[in-house]
Design a protein around this ligand. Structure first.
Ligand code: GDP
Ligand code: IMO
Ligand code: MG
Length: 443
């Protein structure tokens, strides 16, 4: 069977922690979109791992696959694998031949375009990893795929076609000077070498073929979504989005496993008990109204460690946004949810959620399709009884019944609103600090 893990909000919901928890039962963990813009944290045995491209199952020694829907920077992939090896892990990562390659000019153009947008109010606040420009080339049918790195002649043809276009873009459109990122010979040498290393280490696979063979052999797959629903290129708040489909449909198109197979499995939405956002775009429940709000946001940011894993930027903070969750549950068809960071909200004087929005004097229960309309939404807040700070170690040992009653009421409310049961509750970053109610592999 398959279990798909999807971010319900704006990324950084704690997906890595759940992939680590449940990945113990999977045989293969598959990333189906995104690239090294992701930063997934696994905390186990006193060690903290921040994973960008290596699927989080690596901490459990599981085979990881980067599916065709991913964009792969071989340089950061090898750096990450080497760093993990240095820490005693032995990541077994396979890369689909159909996945696209992030080249140096993609990163350069990511930065140039963000700078060009800086004064216009449409800056996205990207991670600068070249994600958008690489997906642009994929859709524009001028990309370089992992399979192309294995054939020096094909690689040269691809580069000779595309690199002059990048040079013209940098020099003639943006009026800047192109550098090494547009040197065909140097790129060819470096990337053909990555191809050799990928092949030598047995990392290249036909993604769909590989996964089908594993399914036929009775293996269980876990799909590890990166990013989140509201930064999905189709279902997010365009243009403040990433350039792929983190929502569950992406698991099928981005891996070559059919939607019926993914749909027969479980789709678990990962929810942070409040909101965090890195990058630009609206956030109706943002805690930024007055000084008191800002103090509360600072408190949550510090307590929750809300600083970007990839970029170190402080994350914006808001109350849980329930219209966002209703939207996420519909788009991905959640069969269950996991709610993280309950411990971070413990001990507050007040706990609120955005239950609905008010827009043009009317109440709305889901997210408007345009970002401008979303920006006009005022949250209709609902107050909950706060829960006290408790000994979370004890809660972890005793299980769900030991979760403070007020927190359980909060969880029941969220579950009712999204129409899916709570499978797990996060009360701290570590593997043992997740209280499991339902194991999706047994659901
Ligand atoms: P991901 O991108 O969705 O995997 O999430 P990140 O790793 O970027 O951010 C989540 C952060 O919260 C990480 O530092 C995790 O270790 C941490 N975390 C995950 N679940 C919990 C939780 O339930 N409580 C607390 N306090 N931290 C958590
Ligand atoms: P994980 O998997 C949070 C955001 C960026 C920016 C927008 C586009 O750790 O949850 P990109 O570099 O992808 O073109 O940036 O998306 N973003 C994330 N925010 N978590 C992530 O990943 C993100 N990956 C990208 O901040 O707003
Ligand atoms: Mg993250």
């Amino acid at each position: 069977m398959t279990v798909t893990i999807v971010g319900s909000q704006l990324g950084d919901e704690g997906k890595g922690a759940l992939v680590d928890l449940w990945g113990g039962e999977a045989d293969v963990v598959v990333r189906y979109q995104g690239g090294d813009n992701a930063g997934h944290t696994v905390v186990e045995g006193g060690e903290e791992y921040k994973l960008s491209l290596v699927p989080s199952g690596a901490v459990r020694g599981k085979v990881g696959v980067l599916g065709n829907g991913c964009v792969v920077n071989p340089l950061t992939l090898f750096d990450e694998i080497d760093a993990l090896r240095g820490r005693g892990l032995d990541p077994d990562v396979r890369v689909a031949k159909r996945a696209h390659v992030i080249l140096p000019y993609h990163r350069v153009l990511d930065g140039i375009e963000e700078d060009a947008k800086a004064d216009s109010g449409v800056k996205v606040g990207t991670t600068g990893r070249g994600i958008g420009p690489t997906y642009e080339d994929k859709v524009g049918r001028r990309g370089v795929r992992v399979g192309d790195l294995l054939d020096p002649e094909v690689l040269r043809d691809r580069l000779e076609y595309v690199v002059p276009q990048k040079r013209a873009l940098i020099e003639e459109v943006y009026g800047l000077e192109a550098g090494e990122e547009c040197d065909v010979d140097a790129l060819h040498e470096e990337y053909a070498e990555y191809g050799r290393r990928l092949a030598e280490e047995g990392m290249i696979v036909g993604g769909s073929d590989f996964l089908h063979r594993r399914l036929e052999a009775g293996d269980d797959l876990m799909f590890e979504g990166a990013q989140g629903t509201l930064i999905d290129i189709d279902h997010g708040n365009y243009p403040y989005v990433t350039s792929s489909n983190p929502t569950a449909g992406g698991a099928a198109t981005g891996s070559g496993v059919g939607p019926t197979v993914v749909g027969r499995g479980e789709v678990v939405g990962i929810v942070k008990a409040y909101l965090s956002r890195v990058g630009e775009g609206p956030l109706p429940t943002e805690l930024d109204g007055d000084e008191r709000d800002e103090e509360l946001a600072d408190y949550i940011r510090e307590k929750g460690g809300e600083f970007g894993t990839v970029t170190g930027r402080p994350r914006r903070i808001g109350w849980l946004d329930v219209p966002m969750l209703r939207h996420a549950a519909r788009v991905s068809g959640f069969t269950g949810i996991a709610v993280n960071h309950l411990d971070v909200l413990a001990g507050l004087d007040e706990v609120k959620v955005g239950h609905a929005y008010e827009l043009d004097g009317e109440e709305r229960l889901t997210v408007p399709a345009t970002t401008e309309r979303w920006g006009d939404c005022e949250p209709v807040l609902k107050e909950f009884e706060p829960w006290p700070e408790v000994d979370w170690g004890e809660v972890a040992a005793e299980g769900y019944d030991a979760v403070p009653e007020a927190a359980r009421e909060y969880l029941d409310y969220v579950s009712d609103e999204v129409g899916a049961p709570v499978y797990a509750v996060g009360i701290g970053p570590g593997r043992s600090q997740t209280v499991e109610l339902i194991d999706p592999f047994d659901a």
